[in-house]
Write a protein that binds this ligand. Structure first.
Ligand SMILES: *Cc1c(COP(=O)(O)O)cnc(C)c1O
Length: 388
């Protein structure tokens, strides 16, 4: 009997999500309302931050944060090239200029020293991205921000449940954007959340997320609500639905268990690959200041020990029935950004070397031990077959 295909990702939805979504549908209120407020409170308590604003994506969360601070044309925002396009898109949306700083080759995270080199009079914000869910060096980045009067907006799309120095990601910076997209550790199909430190800023972002309206629609339509509202600024349509929030509440209840299972799978991969000569120990040995939610498992090949390239390795894993992906195609390689800013890949040697060698292996709670063993065996077999 042929072995089944191990997909790159499978979401973990069950009765809990169905039940809460059913309640929302039966309640007759499906857009932003009581469930969204409940979900905001739940994430606030979970990450232990002062305020949260629910949005319909992480991209939206980053956009309203930058807009809320008044970042705009003429301003520069420093971020990493080793990220999903959404990070840089948010910078483009407000008309600011993205400036890219290279990564640390052991973690894939933005290198604070490279950030320092890219500072200018125009720099307003740093956007660190927690690559694969591993926390960035927020201490060093915070020092740079403080010394230069900059804001930090964390792109924590992958980092819910990770922590640094005993505090969860979400509690550290001026603003932190989470994603609840289909593949993330907590998923509402599409969704996002902004965690921030100050209520006035949270209110501003919430207003921007709903047309710049001066009161919430759900208050308008609730008992005793009034029909009148005013538009005092140009806003966006970025609010989360109660349907999505209900899913999020159910998912949050499972998050710790799910992340524990991810860590178990990561530990099995690391133990199996530790003595393999053609694999780079990328993100394996972590400092004890860090808890990693293991959103992704990036397998980094030592290409000079192999006679095949990353593309061929991925093809052969595919032939063995194993789905993989690549995170991420560096920003400066995308034609839109390359042509617009004349980015030169030679400026980002660490991003180039990790990008050319990285493969994301399957890692999610629905993967059983047998699946994990099959992935390990396939990686070993393909690598040893093509060792130099
Ligand atoms: C998924 C992802 C995003 C985008 O999240 P959305 O909720 O889809 O907007 C942003 N940044 C990174 C690093 C991501 O991986």
């Amino acid at each position: 009997m042929p072995l089944s295909h191990i997909t790159f990702h499978r979401p973990d939805f069950g009765m809990e999500e169905l039940q809460l979504v059913e309640e929302v549908l039966k309640s007759g209120w499906v857009t932003s309302g009581p469930k969204v407020r409940e979900f905001e409170e739940a994430i606030k308590d979970y990450v232990n931050c002062p305020c949260t604003v629910a949005l319909n994506s992480c991209t939206a969360a980053m956009h309203v944060a930058l807009a809320g601070w008044g970042v705009g044309p003429g301003d520069e925002v420093i971020t990493t090239p080793f990220t999903f396009c959404a990070t840089v898109e948010a910078i483009e949306y407000v008309g600011a200029t993205p400036v890219l700083a290279d990564i640390d080759p052991l973690t894939g995270n933005i290198d604070p020293e490279c950030v320092r080199e890219k500072l200018s009079e125009r720099t307003k914000v740093i956007i660190p991205v927690h690559y694969a869910g591993l926390p960035c060096e927020l201490g060093k980045l915070g020092d740079i921000a403080k010394a230069n009067n900059l804001k930090i907006l964390e792109d924590a799309a992958l980092a819910l449940g990770s922590s640094l120095n005993g505090r969860r990601i979400g509690a550290h910076s001026d603003a932190v954007a989470f994603s609840f997209y289909a593949t993330k550790n907590l998923s509402t199909g599409e969704g996002g959340m902004l965690a921030c430190q100050d209520e006035a800023f949270a209110d501003k972002c919430r207003r921007l997320s709903l047309h710049g309206m001066n009161r919430d629609a759900w208050k308008r339509y609730g008992a005793g609500g009034k029909w009148y509202y005013e538009i005092c600024e140009l806003g966006f349509k970025y609010n989360l639905t109660d349907i999505a929030a209900a899913m999020g509440i159910a998912q949050l209840g499972k998050l710790e268990r799910a992340n524990d299972r991810r860590r178990e799978i990561a530990a099995a991969y690391i133990a199996a690959f530790r003595k393999i000569p053609f694999i780079n120990p990328f993100q394996w040995d972590l400092s004890n200041e860090v808890v990693h939610n293991r959103h992704l498992f990036p397998l980094v090949l030592k290409l000079d020990a192999l006679s095949i390239d990353r593309e061929r390795f991925i093809e052969q894993l595919g032939e063995a029935g194993i789905g993989t992906s690549v995170h991420y195609i560096p920003i400066y390689r995308h034609p839109y950004y390359r042509d617009r800013y004349n980015f030169d890949s030679g400026e980002y040697p660490n991003t180039e070397s990790i990008y050319s060698a990285v493969i994301s292996l399957p890692i999610y709670p629905a993967l059983d031990d047998e699946d994990v063993q099959r992935v390990i065996e396939a990686v070993k077999r393909i690598g040893f077959m093509h060792q130099k």
